[in-house]
Design a protein around this ligand. Sequence first.
Ligand code: NAP
Ligand code: G4F
Length: 341
Amino acid sequence: MARRALITGITGQDGSYLAEHLLAQGYEVWGLARGQANPRVSRMRKLLADVQVVRGDLLDQGSLISAVERVQPDEVYNLGAISFVPMSWEQAELTAEVTGMGVLRMLEAIRVCSGVSRGSNTRSGQMRFYQASSSEMFGQVAETPQTERTGFHPRSPYGVAKAYGHFLTQNYRESYGMYAVSGILFNHESPRRGAEFVTRKVTLGVARIKLGLASELRLGNLEARRDWGFAGDYVRAMHLMLQAAAPEDYVIGTGRMKSVRELVEAAFTAAGLDWEQYVIRDQTLHRPAEVDLLCADPKKARVQLGWEPTVSFDDLVAMMVESDIRLLSNGGDPDQDSSWP
Ligand code: NAP
Ligand code: G4F
């Protein structure tokens, strides 16, 4: 019988790549989708016709229990979150509820449906749980590069909520013997990345300028440095983590850092443009507290999981620029829900 996976965050970037990867591995894939008429669900259904949808919301404990009871998954991937860092200052409480407390609700749904009682501490067996932890937890970094042992100093309500989910996942593993792991993933991007994140904002901006649809691009802090990889590579790591003999947490990244300025240069160069003619620095886009740099040490994942990234920074940026030029040339609208390549 096919193994069964339940993915929260199915309408997001990672949910789509993970679903494709698991379907290709022969899984029966279920996606948890929220809302009465969520247009992102129809976009997802067009791209991933073989994914089955179950209704539920990370804010609603009962709906998660019902979803787990109905699907009876072998593996649960908790990717659902408020994931845009600036929004976490504007809606800190909602971020805590979805990105933080949502992890507790999902773990409780699995615990209750697996029949694990408090204090039993038996290896509860069947359902394996993956939590989408984030390098944002490192925040003001204690050391570089960051490993599974580096301490956390989150700099945003989002980072704090992710740290709660991370420790809770560890705690359910230790308290109940659940197979529950966290992937501490560094920034990963693709042509399906949300337009609010800096990589996609830049590649869409470049495409608009190239096609004469815009004349400038406003950006915030150009000095911040990130470890950027390709989302398609990172979902393979999620799956590998749940196949390991023992439940452990892993750092996933490329080990290479680039600044936002280098990202901008690479994207404009890919389209044959000079970035300095078009980019405007906008102080209002700076954050109340910035994460200056992030750089992964993915050695544990390489040695224990055999995981390696396959797409370089330059190839990733070129892929996104080409995709956005094609999208806009064909009259596509990145704000419309039919636009996923
Ligand atoms: P994304 O594109 O922003 O997707 C977020 C998903 O969360 C969407 O499917 C959204 O569904 C869902 N969601 C929001 N609120 C929800 C709720 N109340 N109940 C259920 N689902 C809800 O994010 P992503 O880039 O794919 O990232 C996936 C996960 O990895 C997130 O947890 C993110 O924080 C984490 N992460 C991402 C990165 C990265 O660089 N991409 C790095 C580290 C960690 P709707 O369509 O209903 O809004
Ligand atoms: O693309 P970003 O918004 O991503 P950020 O904040 O690093 O968060 C992403 O990666 C995390 C993993 O480390 C995830 F957990 C999280 O869910 C999300 O996927 O910003 C990257 C950098 C920041 O330093 C920001 O200040 O780009 C800088 N930046 C400069 N100008 C900008 C802009 N960011 C955005 N979004 N928009 C700008 O105009």
